[in-house]
Design a protein around this ligand. Structure first.
Ligand code: 3NM
Length: 231
């Protein structure tokens, strides 16, 4: 019995180390949304994983819960097979149900501290931030990574104000958690994001909506590799 418990604890620790290692070492983060995908979200995410993507967030604001669970289970199989992390937007309960690696929260969702009570140390918690005060607060709250945006204008989410490249520069100067610029980023403007001091980015429309998600993912990964490794 004791040996089994030790084994279970080791497994949890290994998963935790693995998830944090993958997060630390990854540059490109995909937000997967069915309605944005040119050929459906299944082909888009499989294509991107095949090209080397290592983190996928399922972001489905309107999908009914049972459908979302079934969808997340399929993406969980594909991400496992690719050694990639799976994050669920907004829903710690679904992250637990499908054994995802973590949850991504917005400023008005579950507070990080409350989500941590549900998920424990085992799961990653990401938080969207839109200014440096929110970024500092995210660090204090115990988030594992932060989103930093919106960088450029985007139709994927409605915003009235843009944090822009200046916010990236502020974060680059002081935040040591893994952080991902987000909002309207694509292969045409990624270099501006990298020049502002980022080593990572989170992207939805430019990959999901691409005619060839594999090609775009490969191109983005090459651009990151030419820049520098995530630190
Ligand atoms: N969050 P795309 S910007 C979901 O700034 C989301 O927190 C943002 O999609 C933030 O790559 C954004 O298609 C949209 O612009 C990201």
């Amino acid at each position: 019995q004791i040996r089994y418990q030790v084994y279970q604890q080791e497994k949890v620790l290994m998963n935790l180390l693995h998830a944090r290692d993958v997060l630390q070492g990854t540059s490109l983060y995909l937000l997967l949304t069915e309605s944005l995908c040119h050929h459906g979200s299944g082909p888009a995410v499989r294509d991107a994983l095949e090209a080397g993507l290592k983190i996928v967030q399922i972001r489905e604001k309107e999908m009914p819960t049972q459908e979302l669970i079934e969808h997340a289970k399929r993406v969980r199989e594909w991400t496992h097979a690719a050694g990639a992390l799976l994050i669920i937007n907004d829903r710690p309960d679904i992250a637990l149900a499908v054994d995802a690696d973590g949850v991504h929260l917005g400023q008005d969702d579950f507070p990080v501290e409350e989500a941590r009570k549900m998920l424990g140390a085992r799961k990653l918690i990401g938080l969207s931030t839109h200014n440096i005060d929110q970024a500092r607060q995210a660090v204090r709250s115990g988030a594992d990574y932060i989103g930093v945006g919106p960088t450029f204008s985007t139709t994927t989410k409605q915003f009235t104000e843009f944090a822009g490249l200046d916010y990236i520069k502020e974060v680059a100067a002081e935040i040591t958690l893994p952080w991902f610029p987000i909002g309207g980023i694509n292969a045409q403007n990624l270099n501006q994001v990298l020049e502002a001091g980022a080593t990572r980015a989170a992207i939805s429309g430019a990959i999901c909506g691409a005619e060839k998600p594999h090609e775009v993912t490969q191109k983005l990964l090459e651009m990151f590799a030419k820049n520098s490794s995530p630190s």
